[in-house]
Design a protein around this ligand. Structure first.
Ligand code: G6P
Length: 548
């Protein structure tokens, strides 16, 4: 029996003193914790007044001292002590506690932070994790622990009860995940593998959902909500990080195809500004992990106000899909690299499907156009494959920009969220400060930054804003910025102006994000490598952020 935890610092810097597990003062208990104990201040003060001495700056340590205190003062066992302690705690937690005096006992509990128990083949063999990926090499049978539940593994037996002392019957799910999906398959990094997986992950996200020959599509998960989708007067998308960028693409597509107003909100902001929302609204929550605390909080608020909640998630069985009314999974497969790549294009694929589905339901698109777009969509994985051919070009350009301290990414229309996503990828893994901007907004501020040292990446494909983007490129050139342009295959006008160009295949404008994002992911990857950065685990970032 053993416990460990990779800590994402909330309270206290990442040093040994703050590392988990945290022992109790008497050394009897040890505890790991994911989440935040919000009332740790008053609890700590109270415990200190009773003689407890703290060694770390963490909120977590308070919990283990609280347990020790309860065990010393009340005639209860560890399970009951955990239950009592948790009734005093405000905040989010997934915890695991072990007891030196009862080495065959282990207690785990959850509120707000994910917790999964893997059931091994041997009797009494259990694995506990924040999600299924680290468990899968041992077992595919898992139990998802719900909020306010406590699990006790004692002498090889598992018992689950609620904080209110109600015994639960565990529901064991069998996961289809394959171990190979969690390995690098010969690639140097997960990020590169996941970039190269995109033709497959996009195809998988459409599989069984579109039938271009029959002129038909279906989203099984939304079937019961077709009426709602037909009559919705407004859609609100809530998400964080890269998923928020996918949301911006979704806004463009749903408004363009289905003619429904869409608002895209940072989940963290939405929650704290008393949003106007009612039963008539549909909220779409987008999340790769399905565990992002801010997105979960936004869903809770929207639910309270009666909105219909639909989810677009990648991790099957995670918290968000379990709390939404309905949803559509992206079938990107496990994404291990901390920065999101294939999950983004899978989210965009699903949003494209939703936009087309709504357009069809609401009678906003002629059948011929509908069938035409289904055909283009079916062919997208092939075009993504072709786009991956830009790897060498991005490597070359990475050499040229690797010493930059700043970079600007510009795009217009549906190219704007692509610019945001390109800038986010570069800053996340290469630590070059990068900003994404609508190309026309550049003249209202960022243009002041442009000089011969500034790389300016422009989405300049041949679409509705092509001519306007060319004017923006001229403006950058006049100020000696170094222009890296993403262009449509065969382009000549932008090529004549730009310092470097990367060609992507021609496709309907609506599908631009699925193609134009690829070179930006590769550019970030190669630049980060040349700067000696850890691309799969960039500093300070976490794959799923389960704290608010
Ligand atoms: C973290 C990750 C990002 C991700 C964001 C939202 O910040 O590092 O890559 O985009 O969370 O995560 P979600 O799982 O909700 O999509």
């Amino acid at each position: 029996m053993g416990i460990g935890h990779t800590r994402w610092a909330t309270h206290g810097e990442p040093v040994d003193r703050n590392a988990h597990p945290h022992p109790s003062g008497d050394g009897r208990l040890a505890l790991v914790h994911n989440g935040i104990i919000e009332n740790y201040g008053p609890l700590k003060k109270e415990l200190m007044s009773r003689g407890h001495v703290f060694d770390s700056d963490t909120d977590t340590e308070v919990l283990v001292h609280l347990l020790e205190d309860i065990l010393k003062n009340e005639a209860v066992d560890l399970l009951e002590a955990v239950r009592l302690a948790l009734t005093q705690v405000v905040g989010a937690y997934a915890i695991v506690v072990v007891d030196r005096d009862n080495p065959d006992h282990l207690i785990a509990a959850r509120k707000g932070s994910p917790l999964v128990i893997g059931v091994g083949e041997d009797k009494g063999e259990y694995f506990i994790g924040s999600d299924a990926s680290p468990i899968i090499e041992h077992t595919r049978n898992v139990i998802y622990i719900n909020d306010f539940e406590i699990a006790e593994i004692a002498n090889g037996e598992l018992l689950i009860k609620t904080v209110d002392n109600e015994i639960k019957t565990p529901y064991v799910e069998h996961l289809e995940l394959q171990l190979e999906m969690l390995e690098k398959a010969g690639y140097d990094h997960f990020m590169l593998k996941e970039i190269y997986e995109q033709p497959r992950s996009i195809r998988d996200s459409m599989r069984g959902r579109i039938y271009p020959k029959e002129g038909f599509m279906q989203l099984g998960g939304l079937k019961e909500y077709d009426e709602k989708l037909r009559h919705a007067q407004r859609i609100i998308i809530v998400a964080c990080g890269t998923s928020w960028h996918a949301g911006l693409v979704g806004e463009y597509l749903i408004e363009e195809f289905a003619r429904v107003p869409v608002g895209v909100e940072y989940a963290s902001e939405f929650r704290y500004r008393n949003p106007i929302i009612s039963e008539k609204d549909i909220v779409i929550a987008i999340s790769q992990s399905g565990e992002t605390a801010d997105t979960i909080a936004a869903i809770e608020l929207a639910k309270e106000r009666g909105a219909t909640i639909l989810g677009i998630c990648n991790v099957v069985g995670s918290t968000i899909p379990r709390m939404t009314d309905a949803g559509v999974y992206t079938h990107a497969g496990p994404e291990i690299g901390v920065v999101s790549t294939k999950a983004f294009t899978a989210q965009v694929t699903v949003l494209t499907l939703m936009a087309l589905h709504m357009a069809h339901l609401r009678g906003k698109m002629a059948q011929t156009k509908f069938v035409e777009l289904l055909n283009v969509l079916e062919n997208i994985p092939k075009l993504v494959e072709e786009t991956l051919g830009c790897d060498e070009a991005t490597k070359y350009i990475a050499e040229e920009i690797k010493d930059a301290t700043n970079a600007i990414f510009l795009g217009r229309g549906i190219g704007f969220p692509v610019a945001l996503e390109g800038a986010l990828k570069l800053k996340e893994i290469s630590y070059i400060h990068a900003e994404g901007y609508p190309a026309a907004e550049m003249k209202h501020g960022p243009i002041a930054l442009i000089d011969e040292n500034m790389p300016v990446v422009v989405i300049a494909t041949r679409n509705s804003s092509y001519e306007k983007v060319i004017s923006n490129i001229q403006e950058v050139k006049a100020r000696k910025g170094r222009i890296i342009a993403i262009v449509t295959k065969g382009d000549t006008a932008v090529k004549a102006l730009a310092d470097y160009t990367i060609e992507i295949p021609d496709a309907d404008e609506a599908f631009l994000p699925l193609l134009a994002t690829i070179p930006l992911q590769l550019l970030a990857y190669h630049t980060a490598l040349l700067r000696g950065c850890n691309v799969d685990q960039p500093r300070n970032l976490a794959k799923s952020v389960t704290v608010e």
